[in-house]
Design a protein around this ligand. Sequence first.
Ligand code: F6R
Length: 604
Amino acid sequence: MCGIVGYLGSKKTKDILLDGLQELEYRGYDSAGIAVLQNDDFSVYKAVGKLVNLQEKAAAFDPSGFAIGIGHTRWATHGKPTELNAHPHLGESSYVVHNGIIENYAALKRELQESGAHFLSQTDTEVIVHLFEKELRTADSAFDAFTKTISQLQGAFAILLVTKSEDRTIFFAKQGSPMIVGRDADGEKYFASSDTPLIGKCSDVIYLDDGDYGYVTPETIAIFDKKSNKKEPHFSKLSTNKLSAQKGGFRFFMEKEIYEQSEVIIDTLLGRIFDKEIHFEELDSKLFDGINEIKLCACGTSYHSALVSSYLFERYAKIRVSVEIASEFRYKEPLLCQDTLFVAISQSGETADTLETLKMAKEAGLKTLVICNVDNSSMVRLADASILTRAGIEKGVASTKAFATQVVVFWMLSLYIAKLKNSLTTEQIEKQISLLREVPSVLKIKEGLHEKITRLSKRYLHGHGFFFIGRDIFYPLALEGALKLKEITYLHAEGYPSGEMKHGPIALADPELFTIALLPQHMLYEKSKSNVEELSARDSTICAISPVEFDKADDYIKTSDVRDYMLEFFEMMVIVQLLSMEIAIRLGNDVDMPRNLAKSVTVE
Ligand code: F6R
């Protein structure tokens, strides 16, 4: 996820920008850059990869005295992670940094190219600076040109722009993506896309609202709202605690990451969904030539998302799928055939068992694909192709947002293959894409839901075990719910297919056995309901999660009346994550760093 910083003042501009970018590193990025304007002269540095590369490039640069500067860490969406695509982007005499997406960039780019603009990058961002320079030719002032520019942009953005003709001004705009303006004790001005770069530098900050835009100079902070009315700057005091700022006001990283899921899915979808098709810039469709089977390998939570994908690939793409636990696969002497696409799934891209299976598949001459959250990780470097999930850095040991993004990537990939294989009609693909667009809003946690789960959690602190049960893709979700609970509450939990309980586990049923029943209305509702009734008849304590009221349950968490089982999946996912977290909190456990666990398991 991209990050923005800005500074206007007489302190060490380069250090302030680079330090700020460092504070944003935790969000993940694949390139970075800064532009500093001083005495009518721009100094610009960009580098791919880690910030240290940028620091090395800018090592000899040491501006002193008054300067204005902007900086950016980029997580590639439109265009590959290259230096040319890294921000800041240049027009003729202006630079811009931008977070978010300009939805109408293609149309704007065409018009600008027709009127002579020369584009250097593949990004949507570059249209902003060319549009600004076009407006500047006829506008009354640079601010007038900036105002006209942002009024033509559609989509979500946070923008900083600097231009030679106004070398004591930074222009800004915010629509949908976060942007904060800060002021230090000397009245110098700062910008950042989150609190952390500002902590220790500014005491007063303004959290801009959507639609706000304006400019800062050494003397002023001018803010206008979306109706172009001038606003009084409203300053808040900035916390001095970095860790709590990184947690964004949440008690734990896990909690923050659960709440972030709606936002990160927007990143996962960016530039990949169009009205009638799915597009993965990083994939060559030839990867699927001659492929009759997909074999997926992973561990833990990533294994559960692979299990979800097995339903989606067979249902939508009509392709044979097998899913394997990596540590098992390594030693089973697997039969590997050339018509199989081998897919490794990993949040970290470093898990030893999964990495080893990828090596085995490569050695056997299979085509390989990695679904991963970390660019340049060992798996990404090794595989023939990779798709990044774009969840941003996940700090909580118990994986949440990485899982959500993996499932969304698999859903998109199943539609991508369905299109290649003609296994779905255009109308069916269109419908699926319109459902994908609804995921971010389904993932927004509804008012009262978290509070209800917190209240309810007090009844689930004891007992002799939990069963999470579901059918179809709700079975891997049940597995994932049980894994979350085990990891952070240290209580025993199992995930089971609802229809399988009667083949043994139902013997455990008594009031001290807690059943968390996933009962979506759009996937085998009646069948799942009878399975839960069987458990209720044997006195198991039932917590039903469903949009349909269920009178045989002891507890009931109502979900929304959405139009498809995939949307029900994501809402139920959030509920099982929150439930595990609230039980763990009541038990006094360290939610972010549960005992005996590591975030990345790089040993066998
Ligand atoms: C569960 C969890 C682990 C990981 C597993 C694989 O919350 O985090 O089960 O999913 O260790 O890790 P990655 O996905 O990094 O390969």
